[in-house]
Design a binder for this molecule. Structure first.
Ligand code: SDX
Length: 369
């Protein structure tokens, strides 16, 4: 008896030592370390090293790795020319996906630092196009600053505050990996054919773009803006659900309780919006959360990583259409860690489809149809 597993729910494609998700208790571990500890004590550099190489780095290992990330931040001149040639109203995830393809065309062979170069250069590509669409001169990366700090420096043209750099650093840690999510699986499918790294990452970006996946952070912020007034939140949620629409940033295939990342992002969002023009946006989100939990928690539907992340990115100065690219700038680490692990015992991914049609139909010439 063949069972169709729609959305491949509960299908295991490999064993892993990278990420563990406890969907019942709402816990997340990267290489055995709690996401709460990593968000509080670690950094983008340290956690990306942990995911890629399997252990927390020593001081020297972290210094070597961080120096490479700083060195590889610049992007090729012809990619800069390409980005400047683009219209300024494109979907930034399309620009990032195409830029990844562009980098893949330029790369030759399997340079051992290719994966570090990808991690280092994605923020530069994002900030470059963001500045161009703002009508501003792009800002060259600094080799003095940390990963998150430099990202905001290239966006704003000036050094961010410690709080701003910290907020982005933690947000990127929270987005880095999440076991066998759709975009990671897409990257692994491509890698399993022994295609190249860049093609696998293009597949990951393409999958992450969708509003049901990495695009939900943008959709959630659009909801908050649509509501406009915290006192209208409950009525908005009721109406939205009644019309069969989903509450974006809510629900998850694995978490049947509050996504731990959403808990941390909610605190970051509260802190970073306090006494700013974004405070009402945060209040609206909180009221939507309360109303939606009342109606959906019975079905195991709670806030996920995308519910509060958009408020954090928006308060940091990123335009909403760029939010999915920020998700990608972190998840590229998880895609590569999971691909590296899969390729250790590679087998081309080739599931089946249960044929439901007729067989052996006689071919009819067109005049007889
Ligand atoms: C991410 O996989 C990962 O780990 C992803 C991610 C990662 O880090 O990689 O965590 C990142 O993608 C987070 C999810 C972001 N997407 C959204 O917030 C979009 C809204 N959420 C949903 O579309 C949905 O919850 C999914 C896509 C996240 C999960 O989909 P499932 O597991 O396939 O659930 P489903 O679509 O089969 O829904 C089951 C039921 C349905 O109701 P019934 O038809 O059974 O009555 O739950 C309902 C759905 O209507 N439902 C929702 C809902 N999510 C599910 N109802 C209202 N609002 C929602 N958000």
């Amino acid at each position: 008896m063949v069972e169709i597993k729609k959305g491949l729910e509960d299908v295991y494609v490999k064993e892993t030592e990278i990420t563990y998700i406890d969907g019942q208790l709402g816990r997340l571990y990267y290489r055995g370390y709690s996401i709460f500890d990593l968000a509080e004590f670690s950094s983008f550099e340290e956690t990306s090293y942990l995911l890629l190489y399997g252990t927390l780095p020593t001081k020297n290992e972290l210094e070597d790795y961080s120096n490479k990330l700083r060195k590889y931040r610049t992007i090729p001149d012809n990619l800069k020319t390409f980005l400047k040639s683009l219209p300024t109203n494109l979907n930034p995830m399309d620009v990032l996906r195409t830029s990844m393809s562009y980098l893949g065309m330029l790369e030759r062979g399997n340079d051992p630092d290719a994966q570090i170069r990808v991690i280092a250069s994605i923020p530069t590509i994002i900030a470059y196009y963001h500045r161009i669409t703002d009508g501003l001169e792009p800002v060259e990366p600094s080799e003095e600053l940390g990963h998150a700090e430099n990202f905001l420096y290239m966006l704003k043209g000036k050094r961010p505050t410690k709080e701003e750099a910290n907020a982005l650093d933690k947000a990127l840690i929270l987005h880095m990996d999440h076991e066998m999510n759709a975009s990671t699986f897409a990257a692994i499918v491509v890698a399993s054919t022994l295609s190249d790294l860049y093609s696998a990452l293009v597949a990951g970006i393409a999958a992450l773009k969708g509003p049901l996946h990495g695009g939900a952070n943008y959709e959630a912020l659009k909801m908050f803006m649509e509501v406009g007034d915290p006192n209208k939140a409950e009525e908005y949620v009721i109406e939205r659900l009644r019309s069969g629409k989903r509450i974006m940033g809510f629900g998850h295939r694995v978490y049947r309780t509050y996504d731990p990342r959403a808990r941390i992002l909610k605190n970051i969002a509260r802190e970073i919006t306090k006494n700013t023009q974004y405070e009402t946006l945060y209040e609206i989100a909180e009221r939507i959360e309360q109303a939606a939990i009342k109606l959906l928690s019975g079905k195991g539907i709670f806030p996920n990583v995308d519910f509060y992340s958009g408020i954090v990115f928006y308060a940091l100065g990123f335009r909403p259409e760029f939010f999915p690219t920020l998700f990608a700038s972190a998840r590229v680490v998880g895609w590569m860690a999971q691909v590296n692990e899969y390729l250790k015992e590679n087998r081309i991914i080739r599931p089946k489809a249960l044929y439901k049609g007729e067989v052996g139909k006689p071919y009819k010439p067109i005049d007889e149809r």
